[in-house]
Write a protein that binds this ligand. Structure first.
Ligand code: HEC
Length: 152
């Protein structure tokens, strides 16, 4: 909240102090909301989390999607164009939900929420999105606010 207020401060200061009333307040909060939206380029997972995810992946996913994530006859690749094509302009929340409800295909929803998040962190790392200081948010709604995009 403090961060949002700070953002709003900077956005509103550009608008200036001359304007008065509700219009200005709305303009400022819309701008702040737009700025608060994060993408996969903002360091949304930690390296430690991705390392845990790598172990989970080896155990639960690699048999079908291959150790290098490039897929096999039936299971699609989870990196590069294949990942970008399928997931660009969706959110981390959607990716997480799809994996949790569909995978592993022979026993969906069989891992803990934490394990699924860790695997998502590993997928982000494998697709060369930068790590940050904090782990992926445990709140599904918050994860839906993080956009997957191929461009910075
Ligand atoms: C038993 C084999 C098998 C295992 C294990 C498995 N997958 Fe899959 N996966 C598939 C197949 C087959 C598809 C393509 C058909 C489908 O979407 O069901 C797929 C599709 C996917 C997709 C694309 C889903 C979509 O929306 O189309 C993702 C992402 C994925 N797998 C991730 C994972 C992850 C992460 C794990 C480990 C938790 C995992 N898979 C484990 C076989 C497997």
């Amino acid at each position: 909240m403090r961060q949002a207020a700070a953002l709003m401060g900077s956005v509103c200061s550009v608008v200036g102090v001359g304007a008065v009333g509700v219009g200005l307040v709305i303009a400022c909060s819309v701008a702040a909301a737009a700025q608060a939206r994060r993408t996969v380029w903002d360091g949304v997972y930690s390296e430690e989390q991705a390392a845990r995810g790598q172990m989970q992946y080896a155990r639960a996913c690699a048999a079908c999607h291959a150790g290098d994530l490039r897929g096999s006859n039936t299971a699609p690749s989870l990196v590069e164009e294949s990942f970008a094509f399928q997931w660009a302009d969706t959110s981390i929340g959607e990716l997480y939900e799809r994996i949790r409800t569909l995978m592993p295909s022979d026993r969906p929803n069989s891992l803990s929420p934490q394990a699924y998040r860790d695997i998502v962190a590993f997928l982000l790392q494998s697709n060369k999105f930068p790590p940050g200081a904090k782990e992926l948010d445990a709140d599904g709604e918050a994860l839906k606010q993080v956009l997957i995009t191929t461009k910075r």
